[in-house]
Design a protein around this ligand. Structure first.
Ligand code: KG4
Ligand code: ZN
Length: 335
């Protein structure tokens, strides 16, 4: 069986072809980063328009790379929640149109659950039950994953997502957008102990996160208490600020993941989302899972950041007979 997957939840226009094994045949991603850079963040209206222009060529390219034609597609899968509503609508509408005209089932996939499923996809073997950890620009959440379709929220950020904090701190330090890779690069030359930034809920029982306080702490450490602007830091000081911020975020992420493993008594930790690209975070998670006697699953970069291959979660839904009707909605909040 051949599936077509579609992703338009934020600022990547993506399509993928995969089989019911599941095996990924192609994964095409058209990034919009260059359109949003000037604004320092994703502009929802700009994202939706760009999806509209790019989605059909991206689908064509995914089919071409997979060596199949539209008429061979047996099911269409689309990330329909969560995300920017205008952006999601483009993918959902295209998926409905294709399912209707090809007369094949339509499958709605939760983008967050798909991020965790990317670990199963990359591993090529069962990873469930596991603790699922999605760390992206829009989400920071821990899940109890009994199976690919049975995910229960354990805790999530109460304000900013970890990736959002990276992006905002990059902007404070004058490092540009997207901020994650820039902060990581800058941090390499800095001392992670130079500044003492807050580690919210680190010693609390709760598995929730908060990253808005650290953003303000970096702001004041950069420009002086109570100041929101001034001369941009340079050289060693900027590297120290980046390294100390990154260290504080990593410490919280790793300790909460450790708590989730202990609470569920699961042996597997599956991590997804753009922030999982961070090498210092990967190393810290590896160290922690080793200490806990657990196994760490992090997909390669191209399956960590937003993509349509992870919509292969649809294969599990197809097996469970969980199909969507043509009134499938684009739902912005996690549903
Ligand atoms: O999963 P993703 O591609 O999109 C969302 O669904 O949000 O994640 C993007 C986020 C951005 O906030 C970006 O700054 C962050 O992931 N990111 C990183 C790194 N690479 C991307 N954060 C820290 N270190 C990185 N190397
Ligand atoms: Zn995502």
């Amino acid at each position: 069986m051949y599936f077509l997957g579609i992703e338009t939840s934020c600022d990547e226009t993506a399509a993928a072809a995969f089989t019911d094994e599941p095996r990924v045949l192609s994964s095409v991603i058209a990034s919009q980063t260059e359109l949003h850079t000037a604004f320092g963040g994703v502009v929802p209206e700009v994202a939706a328009r760009a999806h509209l222009q790019r989605l059909l060529p991206v689908i064509d390219e995914a089919l071409r790379q997979a060596g199949i034609t539209l008429s061979q597609i047996n099911a269409v899968a689309v990330h329909h929640t969560p995300g920017l509503v205008g952006a999601l609508l483009v993918g959902v509408t295209a998926a409905k149109m294709l399912a209707l005209t090809l007369e094949v089932p339509l499958i709605g996939v939760n983008h967050i659950q798909a991020h965790i499923y990317a670990c199963r996809l990359a591993a090529g073997r069962d990873i469930f039950p596991c603790v699922g950890f999605v760390i992206s620009g829009g989400h920071t959440a821990l899940f109890d994953c009994r199976g690919p379709l049975g995910m229960k929220l354990l805790g999530a950020t109460l304000d900013d997502a970890a990736g959002e904090a990276f992006d905002k701190v990059a902007s404070i330090l004058g490092l540009g957008f997207p901020g994650g890779p820039a902060v990581e690069h800058e941090a390499e030359a800095g001392d992670p102990k130079a500044f003492s930034f807050p580690r919210s809920f680190l010693h609390d029982d709760r598995l929730d996160f908060s990253f808005s306080g650290i953003k303000t702490a970096v702001l004041y450490a950069t420009f002086g208490q109570g100041n929101v602007s001034g001369t941009l830091p340079e050289g060693r000081r900027r590297a120290d600020l980046a390294a100390s911020f990154q260290q504080a975020v990593i410490e919280v992420l790793v300790e909460k993941a450790r708590q989730a493993l202990r609470r569920t008594a699961y042996q597997n930790l599956a991590v997804g989302g753009g922030v999982a690209a961070n090498r210092a975070l990967r190393a810290a998670l590896e160290h922690m899972t080793e200490e806990e006697g657990a196994e760490l699953f992090i997909p390669p970069m191209r399956f960590c950041t937003d993509n349509a291959a992870m919509a292969a979660l649809a294969v599990e839904k197809w097996r469970a007979g969980d199909f969507a009707s043509l009134d499938l909605d684009a739902v912005p909040a996690y549903a």
